[in-house]
Design a protein around this ligand. Structure first.
Ligand code: PMP
Length: 439
């Protein structure tokens, strides 16, 4: 199998593999990637591709970082896996302590799982059972329109307004949706959008404040619905109102966490400590599937009792997998030893400079930047996921050896933090070229 040539590999892929978020009948052949380093992926035919979407938003330091690779190798030769009910292990404990030290005071209790959707699902279940264990009926959930939280049933329920899940509509439970004041550079309507969203919240709280278990939101950037950004000040006001109604706050930092938003966690900019926090993706530097749901003591304590009936009846085969924990510890360490956040600041500056240069373009709308994420809308492209022109743009970049993945009419760059200034400028240059050549 190792010696398969590209044609054989693609033929067998076509015959036996089912790819995610892909219309298998019409999709072009996938690119066989065989190697990676820093901000680059290398295909079987030796072509280098600049990974400007951090391989679905997971790579933060860079591909195959030697420190993370070594930590995993060492752990694999020591303790690769152990049941996490009735056993523990040093890397899980060390990671829980390290995360607690990096997070605001209060966020100190760590429940492990293995992907972002599951971290969210666990947060929703914790929130629901938190009230159940106290004999209170708070059954409603609240979310923002456009919020995306993952692929499991609870996460899909909280994400249904994105339109990705129409086929599953009858399986989903109701989640109340509030308007989201998405904003961008030079947005004249910002104040009125925020006021409208806060007024909608107030009306909601008056009616359902006593029956809502929790609100879930992606702080500062709604990722999958098109890198839609909002101001920290808005979220601050929003969360203060929610807190007055004793509703639990869940932050989904699966995408924004670990430096992506310009601070280690977006919650630092918002200035709010949520009751529950979901993290994954960049947790291991993108090396291993690992996730955590972190909660405050008052949440944890509601599950304590003399019988199993109040315990959280939830767990996975790979809960706190030691390889994932070792990778996460190595990745977190790099933020200090490599001064990673300074790299994010440099990326953000280039994004702003290049977006500024596009200001006069009649083809570009709603430019926005938050940390390492830059996004804009392209006039005339169908806003639906998988649109033809979005596909055209993706291919335009691929021909120039850059991997991107537009979300409908939204073009965005979300590079690994090791991306050089020259590499990042190249990506922006290609966008300019695409705009000039008929987009
Ligand atoms: N929440 C957010 C904010 C996400 O962006 C994603 C994935 N894009 C998820 C949850 C789901 O994570 P996963 O794909 O690891 O299940």
């Amino acid at each position: 199998m190792n010696m398969m040539n590209q044609g054989e590999l693609l033929a067998l892929d076509r015959r036996h593999v089912w790819h995610p978020f892909t219309q298998e009948l019409t999709a072009s052949a996938p690119i066989p990637m065989v190697r990676a380093h820093a901000a680059s992926l290398y295909s079987q035919d030796g072509q280098e591709y600049l990974d400007m979407i951090s391989s679905w938003w997971v790579i933060n330091h860079g591909h195959t970082h030697p420190m993370i690779a070594a930590a995993i190798a060492q752990q694999a030769a020591t303790l690769e896996q152990v049941i996490f009910a009735g056993c523990t292990h040093p890397k899980a404990v060390e990671l829980a302590v390290t995360l607690a030290n990096h997070l605001p005071q209060g966020l100190e209790r760590v429940f492990f799982s293995d992907n972002g959707s599951t971290a969210v699902e666990i947060a929703l279940k914790m929130a629901r059972q938190f009230w159940h264990n106290q004999g209170k009926t708070r059954n409603r959930f609240l979310a923002f329109a456009g919020g995306y939280h993952g692929e499991t049933v609870g996460a899909m329920s909280a994400s249904r307004s994105t339109g990705f899940f129409a086929a599953f509509e009858s399986m989903l439970f109701p989640v109340d949706m509030l308007p989201y004041p998405a904003t961008w550079e030079q947005d004249d309507a910002l104040e009125s959008k925020e006021a409208e969203a806060l007024a909608a919240l107030e009306a909601y709280l008056e009616r359902y404040g006593d029956s809502c278990a929790a609100v879930i939101l992606e702080p500062l950037i709604q990722g999958a619905s098109g890198m839609r950004m909002c101001r920290p000040e808005f979220l601050q006001k929003f969360c203060h109102l929610v807190r007055q109604a004793h509703i639990l706050i869940i932050f989904d930092e699966v995408m924004t966490g670990f430096g992506r938003s310009g601070t280690l966690f977006a919650l630092e900019q918002v200035g709010i400590t949520p009751d529950l926090l979901a993290l994954s993706k960049g947790l291991t530097g993108g090396f291993m599937p690992l996730a955590v749901t972190v909660c405050q003591p008052h949440v944890y304590e509601a599950f304590l009792g003399q019988t199993f009936s109040t315990a959280l009846a939830h767990g996975h085969s790979f809960t706190a997998n030691p390889l994932g924990c070792a990778a996460a510890l190595a990745s977190l360490n790099l933020f200090t030893t490599e001064n990673t956040m300074a790299r994010v600041v440099a990326i953000e500056a280039i994004h702003r400079e290049r977006l500024g240069g596009l200001q006069g373009s009649t083809k570009v709308l709603h430019g926005r930047v938050q940390g390492s994420v830059a996004a804009l809308e392209i006039r005339g492209i169908d806003p639906h996921y998988g649109s033809d022109r979005g596909g055209w743009l993706k291919n335009f970049f691929l021909k120039r050896a850059i991997l991107i993945r537009p979300l409908g009419n939204v073009f965005y760059l979300l590079p690994p933090f090791c991306t050089s200034a020259q590499q990042l400028h190249r990506a922006w240059d290609v966008l300019e070229e695409a705009l000039e050549s008929g987009l």
